[in-house]
Design a protein around this ligand. Structure first.
Ligand SMILES: Nc1ncnc2c1ncn2[C@@H]1O[C@H](COP(=O)(O)OP(=O)(O)OP(=O)(O)O)[C@@H](O)[C@H]1O
Length: 241
């Protein structure tokens, strides 16, 4: 579903934020992307979803190149940034309707999905209110609902658990499992290693722009007998790059 081949990104001014990384996210995967502050996670994610240009390497969504076929790629994915910037002058329901229109979701299907997810996130009563009146967490919940309303083949999230209350975090985890059960793939960055360890079947660790590991969670944990994801993370961080 997502293939990253030898992707590198150098920002203007010469800063090489990501250095020749490759990984594969397949249908049904919940793939966690882990790394220290400034490791290159958001840079990679922004290139994957087509909001950041890149010159080196290739990013394929379901076999299509994000560089040369961005529209086909973007039709298949949903992206939730770490700080969702929504249209504040719309109400919650107007925003969800707008996104459902963009992705051509049939009226009966969108109604069903909006009801299901808004109820689960306890946002139904606020859908008629302006987004400008929402709290940070409510905006995040709305962004999540807007992402799943069109059931994307690939859902990409940057730090999705930051700012969510514990119940919303549980709902999000259930939703991620549900989406993957239907054959979608999820690629998300997180600093919450306990959540990643329990939730993800695959994981990649990036250290100063370079990939330190990419593969199954099982393999990663087996590399450090009896260790947790936190132990592996600390071990990788202590290694020279
Ligand atoms: N627009 C930019 N221009 C120049 N350098 C940038 C830009 N955006 C990010 N960087 C640099 O690229 C490196 C990787 O940043 P990135 O935001 O990808 O890290 P991250 O892993 O997402 O970090 P965090 O966990 O803190 O969000 C950092 O050194 C950062 O300073």
């Amino acid at each position: 579903m997502l293939t990253i081949n030898n992707f590198s990104k150098t920002y203007k001014g010469g800063k090489k934020a990501v250095d020749t990384i490759s990984l594969k996210v397949e249908a049904g995967d919940i793939f966690g992307f882990i790394g220290h502050n400034g490791a290159g996670k958001s840079t990679t994610i922004k290139a994957v979803v087509g909001v950041l240009d890149y010159e080196e390497g290739e990013i394929l969504i379901d076999g299509h190149s994000m560089r040369t076929e961005p529209l086909i790629c973007k039709q298949q994915l949903a992206y939730i940034p770490d700080n969702p910037d929504l249209y504040e002058h719309l109400t919650g329901i107007q925003y969800l309707t707008f996104i459902a229109d963009v992705f051509g979701v049939a009226a009966n299907i969108r109604q069903e999905r909006i009801k299901q997810y808004a109820d689960a996130f306890e946002l139904t009563a606020s859908l008629g209110d302006l987004i400008s009146s929402y709290s940070h967490g409510m905006k995040q919940k709305l962004a999540i609902i807007s992402a799943v309303v069109h059931e994307p083949k690939l859902l990409v999230l940057d730090e999705p658990f930051v700012g969510l209350d514990p119940k919303a975090a549980v709902v999000l985890k259930q939703l991620m499992h549900e989406l993957c059960g239907k054959g979608s793939a999820i690629f998300f960055s997180t600093h919450v290693l306990d959540v990643a360890e329990k939730l993800c079947n695959k994981v990649a660790m990036i250290n100063h722009g370079k990939l330190a590991f990419a593969g199954t969670m099982e393999t990663m944990l087996a590399e450090k007998a009896g260790g947790s994801l936190e132990d592996v993370f600390m071990d990788i961080l202590s290694q020279e790059v």
